[in-house]
Design a protein around this ligand. Structure first.
Ligand code: HEM
Length: 390
């Protein structure tokens, strides 16, 4: 593997991911074919990876590549370490292991009924109007409400979560919203210490890290991490999916007529879109990556989106093929940090797609009104639609 520093110097993932899908894909493909490991001076300097196989290697190698210090470039600025994502083994497993049962397929299935009611209720608020902003009125509020279910709070409290979850969705460094979030988690801490329940916060309170009970600060940090991880990811995935379906009427009709094909279609649409396009690691010690030796403390950016469009792994990667098999995409990452909430996200998206196609079958996006932004994900803040009112 060689280094093309000429090209690498210019690579700034935030600028690239901010473009239209075709431009992003073209740029990632060019860089992959020029040199799959490139150094750039952007954001204080880092190494960018573009091929499936090396990204796979780095994501799985926690001996040489660390998540401590953060997995996003530039750093998020949140005032504490955020486990489980910002933890390495053995602590990572101590954080993550006990949490798994709340995010298993069976646990998520139990939430499917309440989640469907939430989606139907949100659509019900605008389905007689003929116009709506699908991002603001469905895709953004719904993941915030789902977090309420995970936290085991009452429907009234879920309604209150919408304020700060909405603000954080658009800007993870919004200090006022972070303050409101921490106040909510702090209140949850007090209540669950006094009266434990069979829910996620109570499981977190029982964590033992390096033989010590979880601290108050760790509790807040875990709640924040899991909450933030479940907001803009799902919301923006949904907005992009509805955007693509608007542009692919045949696929949309197929899924409306055959809803049993929605789960596979979502996997493929997620691969194509790659809503969370990159994550980073830091080298713990000098390490060889292909022919390149990296020193300790170097930051590496794993471009999941580039991996998901690597033709060595995916035939005709730019084509949406809902029957693609196998479809070993890295939409949810890879290795020990693979998304804790992936079953939840899949069920959320299946419910949203099914209900929108059933209740707003002829929705059309007003393309000039789409507002895009770049956060941890490729974001959509506004997605205005028109449709025949029911
Ligand atoms: C379509 C929606 C989602 C996408 C695309 C997504 C994507 C990802 C990716 C790529 C990672 C790995 C990051 C890395 O290795 O640095 C990750 C980790 C994680 N995700 Fe998700 N995610 C989604 C939804 C959710 C939801 C709904 C939750 C929970 C409510 C969640 C919770 C987490 C957590 C806790 C981690 C860290 C896991 C660990 O470090 O062990 N995610 N996600």
């Amino acid at each position: 593997m060689t280094i093309d520093s000429e090209t690498g110097k210019n690579f700034d993932h935030l600028e690239v991911f901010d473009q239209q899908q075709e431009h992003v894909l073209a740029e990632l493909a060019t860089r992959r074919s020029e040199c799959p490991l490139q150094h750039t001076d952007a954001h204080g300097g880092f190494w960018a990876l573009f091929d499936y196989s090396t990204i796979s290697e780095v994501a799985r190698d926690t001996e040489h590549f660390s998540s401590i210090g953060g997995v996003v470039i530039p750093p998020h600025g949140f005032p504490m370490e955020l486990p489980p994502i910002e933890a390495d083994p053995p602590e990572h497993g101590q954080f993550r292991g006990p949490m798994l049962r709340h995010f298993s397929p069976a646990a998520v299935e139990k939430l499917a009924g309440p989640m469907r009611e939430m989606v139907v209720e949100l659509i019900g608020r605008f389905e007689t109007k003929g116009v709506a902003d699908l991002a603001k009125e469905l895709n953004i509020p719904f993941p915030g409400m789902t977090i309420g279910l995970i936290m085991g709070v009452s429907p009234d409290e879920i309604e209150k979560l919408k304020g700060w979850t909405y603000k954080l969705m658009l800007d993870l460094s919004d200090l006022e919203a972070i303050g409101e979030a921490l106040a909510f988690f702090d209140d949850l801490y007090t209540r669950r210490v006094a009266e434990p329940a069979d829910d996620f916060p109570s499981t977190v309170l029982e964590l033992v890290i390096n033989d010590e009970p979880v601290t108050h600060e760790q509790f807040l940090a875990i709640m924040a991490m899991v909450t933030f991880a479940g907001l803009e990811t799902t919301a923006n995935s949904a907005s992009h999916i509805f955007d693509v379906l608007d542009q692919q009427p045949e696929l949309r009709k197929l899924l409306a007529d055959q809803p049993d094909r929605i789960p596979n279609a979502i996997e493929e649409l997620l691969r194509y879109i790659s809503p969370l396009p990159a994550s980073s690691r830091t080298t713990k010690c000098p390490v060889d990556l292909g022919d390149t030796q990296l020193g300790a403390g170097e930051r590496i950016l794993m471009n999941w989106m580039a991996a998901n469009h690597d033709p060595v792994e995916f035939e005709s990667p730019g084509t949406i093929d809902i029957d693609r098999f196998p479809n070993r995409h890295y939409v949810f990452g890879a290795g020990p940090h693979r998304c804790l909430g992936l079953h939840l996200a899949r069920v959320q998206l299946r419910i949203m797609v099914k209900e929108v196609l059933a209740r707003l079958p002829d929705y059309e996006i007003e393309r000039t009104g789409i507002e895009r932004y770049i956060g941890v994900t490729r974001g959509i803040a506004a997605l205005p639609i028109t449709f025949t009112p029911s």
